[in-house]
Design a binder for this molecule. Structure first.
Ligand code: C2O
Ligand code: CU
Length: 547
């Protein structure tokens, strides 16, 4: 076991992610932020200094469960106070499970401003991955706007709401091309440009692992490697039973590892593409090149890039999602066969005082000034709404049409889960504000992995829809989608003391209230570092014993 120390400074820099200069939020002057590589069981220690002049900052370690360190989860208003300009916060936590992860800002919409990077955990010394490969590449996928994040935030809360629209570009490892086309050969790169694609150089007849993670603000993506099949072996840091596909769907907040065999004509190069699905696309595919080393890396592939499947083929997306199974010969846990507690969350788009919101059971989340972890642990009154939010919605709600009354409320109550209980969450999608519209939402949980028990169309029917659950080998994930007009059921064990965000990973949706807060076992937490408490009602509790 090793402690890996990092000193990071967050600041804005001018950058050209898609060849157009724009301010980005960088770490140590880099965009995307530095890649962390560690081994399972290592301790990661990041001293994060806020060098922004007027904004607070936090960093969330997406997919890391923070077992025993809930204050290191990096969620402003939930696990800690935002770090003020000039201040440093020490993040220290264990990366307990090998896998492909990432980190990102979790305050306001700072992830959209470019605050993200990769976190890769290899197997511990002496351990082996349950599959073989000769080399690996990391592809961090994101989307990018030429409109500033402040402009975006203001528009989202304006009356009437001004939507952020589709991304200007898609980025692979922070690189995209807005004003030229790689496919058409109109990009003239020396290779040193910040927007030049990172070419993947491979040898023939080898197996490579591609690590894919999506930290998009909005876009759902379909990824393909021309002429090469992919074998999916990992999802969200958990091994899955290998299956072969031509292309893969990845939603914001998800990560995958796939294996490819370089068994194609080695005198050619091949496109790797990522295109928008799930919303009517208006953004060019992201591309990079798979370069067989006998060929020059700058030589463009002779064939066209893979065609992204139709953006609204939800049946195809669902069939991909349903192929995921926990690897049979693995130590990964299987779900308890029954639940103690079931929460149904109706996902709706609503109005609140003229603003457009997203709500769960008619409540849109607005975060409090004092982070929940601190206020709950010190049992402070008045920090947030003490009435728990609703655990279900009216049984006669028609999910296929816009709500008769589109108004919602705004709240900051918490779902307090009995410690160690098995919890089912039924995510029920519905029609949004306008008729015949329902969107894809990738739901992400902090502090846990969940089993995805099943997907269905229409309304979840208690006692009937449950019959279709996969209780034998459902995949363990931390992010799962709900498809338009459908439902998804998740199961997890509430065994990690802390206060945890559970939300749609689409940045503007979360900003418009699409999330809830879950908490369990907070009374078991003995000590919270003072640096996490220095705001709101907990500021005066720093150094005081917990009740
Ligand atoms: Cu990657 Cu709360 O999110
Ligand atoms: Cu959403």
């Amino acid at each position: 076991v090793k402690t890996r120390y990092f000193k990071w400074e967050v600041e804005y820099v001018f950058w050209e992610p898609d060849c157009i200069e724009h301010p980005v939020m960088a770490i140590n002057g880099q965009f995307p932020g530095p890649t962390i590589r560690a081994k399972a069981g290592d301790i990661i220690h990041v001293d994060l200094t806020n060098k922004l002049s007027t904004e607070g900052v936090v960093i969330h370690w997406h997919g890391i469960r923070q077992i025993g360190t809930p204050w290191a989860d990096g969620t402003a208003s939930i696990s800690q106070c935002a770090i003020n300009p000039g201040e440093t916060f020490p993040y220290q936590f264990v990366v307990d499970k090998p896998g492909t992860y990432f980190y990102h800002g979790h305050f306001g919409m700072q992830r959209s401003a470019g605050l993200y990077g990769s976190l890769i955990v290899e197997v511990a010394d002496g351990e082996k991955e349950p599959f073989h490969y000769n080399g690996e590449f990391n592809l961090l996928l994101s989307d990018w706007w030429h409109k500033s994040v402040h402009d975006q935030e203001l528009g989202l809360s304006a009356v009437p709401m001004r939507w952020i629209n589709e991304p200007s570009s898609l980025l692979i490892n922070g690189r995209g091309q807005y004003n030229c086309s790689l496919a058409a050969g109109t990009c003239k790169f020396t290779g040193r440009e910040q927007c030049a694609p990172r070419v993947l150089r491979v040898l023939p007849n080898k197996t490579y692992r591609l690590r894919l993670a999506s930290t998009t603000a909005l876009a759902s993506l379909n990824v393909a490697v021309a002429n090469h099949k992919m074998v999916v072996v990992e999802a969200d840091g958990n091994y899955v039973e290998p299956f072969e596909v031509d292309d893969l769907y990845i939603y914001s907040g998800e990560s995958y590892s796939v294996l490819i065999k370089t068994d194609q004509d080695p005198t050619k190069n091949y496109w790797i593409s990522a295109g928008v699905i799930g919303r009517k696309p208006n953004t060019t595919q992201a591309l990079t090149i798979l370069n067989y080393q006998s060929v020059h890396g700058g030589k463009l592939p002779a064939s066209q890039p893979p065609v992204t499947p139709s953006w609204d083929d939800y049946a195809r997306m669902r069939s991909f999602a349903e192929k995921l199974r926990t690897l049979s010969r693995s130590y990964l846990p299987r779900p308890p066969l029954s639940h103690h507690h079931r929460i149904a969350l109706l996902n709706t788009q609503n109005k609140y005082g003229g603003q457009t919101k997203w709500a769960l059971n008619n409540v849109s989340l607005s975060l409090p000034a004092t982070p929940y972890l601190g206020s709950m642990s010190y049992k402070l009154k008045g920090a947030f709404d003490p009435t728990p939010p609703p655990e279900s919605f009216p049984g006669d709600y028609d999910i296929m049409v816009p709500a008769a009354n589109s108004n919602c409320t705004v709240g900051n109550g918490v779902y307090v889960l009995p410690f160690n209980s098995t919890v089912d969450i039924i995510l029920q999608n519905a029609n949004a504000l306008s008729a015949n519209t329902s969107e894809v939402h990738p739901w992400h949980i902090h502090g846990h992995d969940f089993w995805v028990l099943g997907y269905g169309d229409g309304k979840f029917v208690e006692g009937v829809s449950d019959k279709k659950f996969n209780l034998k080998d459902p995949p363990l994930k931390n992010t799962a989608v709900i498809f338009p007009f459908g439902w998804t059921v998740l199961r997890f064990v509430a065994d990690n003391p802390g206060a945890w965000a559970f939300h749609c990973h689409i940045e503007p949706h979360l900003h418009m209230g699409m999330g809830v807060v879950l908490a369990e076992g907070v009374e078991r937490i003995r000590r919270i570092p003072g640096q996490a408490l220095g705001c709101g009602l907990t500021a005066k509790m720093v150094g005081k014993p917990h009740p």
